[in-house]
Design a protein around this ligand. Sequence first.
Ligand code: NAD
Ligand code: MG
Length: 421
Amino acid sequence: MGCWLLFHGSHLLCCGSSMTSKESIAVFGSTGSIGTSTLDVLERNHTRYKVAALTANTDVDTIFAQCLKFQPSYAAMGVPSAAAELARRLAQAGCATQVLDGPDAMTRIAVNPDIAIVMAAIVGFAGLPPTLAAAQCGKRILLANKESMVVAGDLLTQAAKQGGASIVPVDSEHNAIFQCLPESNRCSPDGGPQGGVSSLVLTASGGPFRQLSLEQMQSVSVDQALNHPNWSMGPKISVDSATMMNKGLEVIEASYLFDIDESLIEVVVHPESFIHSMVRYIDGSVLAQLGQADMRTPIAHALAWPDRIEAGVEPIDFIRLGSMHFEAPDHTRFPCLALARRALKMGGSAPGVLNAANEIAVQEFLEGRIGFVDIAKVNSHVLQQFESAAPESVEDLFSMDQSARKFALDYIEHEASKPVA
Ligand code: NAD
Ligand code: MG
């Protein structure tokens, strides 16, 4: 295992508390679950950080209020009409925030030399272009947008290496592993299997349907799928947690982030979600990171590493917690986890194809056009049909993503069952 995440000599090492000027950050996806939690942490630490840019897709009300509060230099929206509306409202309110427009507005923010830190919290494949651009020009990337690592693992890690960027994981499991890895594995560009690490253990809550039979899952509603027992998250990742595709995507994410073989990444279901993940060592030691199910902890850690800052998170009360439980994941009821492992072993474009199919399937489920168990069927079907080729450029990734989406939509139109009303 070699972890290239953080390099000696990068700008990272001068990001400690001794800095006098504020560190400037762009929050991509600022109106979402991770985006709003990030702004909460930034507000608590406003003497250290300056919010330089905010971006969203369509939610003008929320980003408008955020612009008034944080006074960023720039804002951008994924949808042009939303950008125009935001610009109009900000001008009317006398706010100096400049709304960038055009298809490359997000990327222009990501490469702006005045911005040192990028919070990548757009959901889905849409987050890839600004994240890749930030990697190419050496930013400190706080990576929540797991789909960009799933789709473009090799390209993204190569771009970060070449551009001198650092990627600090925000996904709670990967952030936990990052915290539990030995210092040598975090800082060596050509790590190798150092530090006595034997495997990574990703924990999974099991989601809202952990105890349902396959038959019961046939008739679950969108609201039930969105009702995660422990975490409050955006709709896409909530559905991914219910199918356990989220854990599958996280196995792929971990493999690229930590440069470790799929066979050395275990998954264990831990319904209380206090242990966020673990690292096993060859001497039998297991290091775990614990915390509340509150994303402000990994966000604050990723922001300030190697320092620690306030996150507004309650300490764990171990006496009230009492006990923790562990069980094996059930691949029959949750086939998406095994599909993700298969895609990772296939390599090349397979993880991206699976991701594209899953984004379509989740959207169709959320919009009531397919049932919950159809998500896994769509994913399995699309993955089976594709030959895995090695994407050599971002253009390759885009065309593969587009054809996998089209394939998933065709399958849904002709084959998938309708949801139970
Ligand atoms: P969310 O749906 O709450 O927010 C998504 C954000 O992305 C919004 O600001 C939205 O405006 C923006 N966005 C959506 N589509 C866009 C597009 N096409 N162009 C530009 N912006 C777009 O999602 P979330 O739960 O905050 O998750 C964000 C990312 O973080 C996901 O990749 C998710 O897997 C990851 N993540 C989330 C959590 C969590 O607790 N929410 C935990 C770990 C990882
Ligand atoms: Mg996670």
